[in-house]
Design a protein around this ligand. Structure first.
Ligand SMILES: *Cc1c(COP(=O)(O)O)cnc(C)c1O
Length: 361
């Protein structure tokens, strides 16, 4: 069996060791005589998986005591709506920093609920950069400030975060959570769909400052309140048990290889390989993002012509590289190199990029 060089944007590559462990436990989880999928979510075996996953996440990100960790459903996309439903108060403003399609989608949902503002935007450049922190415009009536830490489609990433003190800072970290160490205390709510860096799709991780759970949410339906899930430790209703089991295994794998410091180094090495291939090509490959704003998770680039792009993609496919087509809003190519993508896959891609350039320059 040969594993593909998987550069999919999401769902994306998972560590082979994690898949092998899941395979070995699939029919008989810890002598229960059944798969983890078949366990009651109220059983002690499942509860152990559930709480271990939360504990590992706390451990890996040094999450302070005054935060809750929640496992929800509905993807990051449901968070786009839950956030304003729970936190956008009447007469106040939800303030969004626009750095790509996902920030736009988050803003769109807030508009259904109340008043919004745009603290900064890179839309006019087709999102090639992260706005300068000093240019951001806040409002004394902000209910919260929202940003997207990594822009999956455009390939830009915040390398320094704004410090926001007048209102809660809420961040969509779907495509870079756990890719590097993170000062959780600088944020009030962090959310991430699991299918980029954390596991399979179906689970959404929320890390929320407990203070935010004290808000009055009488107008919000039960399932859409953070309070509901926090009070029941994400067991108010049936959670996505298999997804949470996989999340636990991914977190255990990350801990075993040395945690966020170690993975940050590995991710930098991987990104250097591919950005290196771009920078050494004398503009044959052109990065979409400005250098200062480059994402270590999604590398976006174009070739001199549409014809060469198509040839590059089809030769890459023959060589076993999967998922390199760029998103339609950027065109060209995108290599998503999340935590689960091994260094060897990036070496192989960089080699292929070098040789394709040598042939077609
Ligand atoms: C993938 C992605 C989303 C959408 O996630 P779903 O789980 O499909 O709703 C939102 N934000 C970012 C930054 C993403 O990368």
């Amino acid at each position: 069996m040969k594993r593909a060089y998987n550069f999919n944007a999401g769902p994306s590559a998972l560590p082979t060791e994690v898949l092998e462990k899941a395979q070995s436990e699939l029919l008989d989880f810890e002598n229960t005589g059944m798969s983890v999928m078949e366990l009651s979510h109220r059983s002690k075996e499942y509860e152990n998986v559930h709480h271990t996953a939360a504990h590992l996440l706390r451990d890996l990100l040094n999450i302070p005591e005054d935060y809750d960790v929640l496992f929800l459903q509905g993807g990051a996309s449901l968070q786009f709506a839950m956030i304003p439903l729970n936190f956008l108060d009447e007469g106040k403003v939800a303030n969004y920093i626009l750095t790509g399609s996902w920030s736009e989608k988050a803003l769109k949902e807030a508009k259904f609920i109340g008043k919004t503002a745009i603290a900064g935007s890179a839309k006019e450049s087709n999102y090639t950069f992260i706005p300068d922190i000093s240019s951001l415009q806040y409002n004394e009536h902000d209910s919260y400030v929202h940003l997207t830490s990594n822009n999956t489609i455009f390939g830009t990433q915040w390398h320094t975060f704004p410090s926001v003190s007048h209102a809660p800072l809420i961040v969509d970290m779907s495509s870079d959570i756990l890719s590097r160490p993170l000062p959780v205390k600088n944020f009030d709510l962090i959310y991430a769909g699991a299918q980029k860096n954390l596991g399979p799709s179906g689970v959404t991780v929320v890390i929320i400052r407990k203070e935010l759970l004290k808000r009055n949410v009488d107008h919000v339906p039960t399932m859409l309140r953070y309070q509901t899930h926090a009070e029941k430790q994400s067991l108010y209703n049936t959670p996505p048990t298999f997804g949470i089991y996989m999340l636990k295994e991914v977190l255990q794998w990350l801990k075993n290889i040395g945690g966020t410091e170690q993975i940050a180094e590995r991710n930098q090495t991987k990104a250097n390989l591919i950005y290196g291939a771009i920078d050494e090509s004398e503009q044959f490959y052109k990065g979409h993002a400005t250098k200062e704003s480059r994402s270590l998770m999604n590398v976006t680039f174009t070739l001199p012509t549409e014809e060469l792009t198509q040839q590059f993609l089809s030769e890459a496919k023959e060589k076993g590289f999967v998922g390199l087509n760029g998103h339609r809003s950027v065109g060209g190519c995108r290599a998503s190199i999340y935590n689960g993508v091994p260094v060897e896959a990036c070496e192989a891609l960089a080699d292929f990029m070098h040789s394709f350039y040598q042939t077609h320059r």
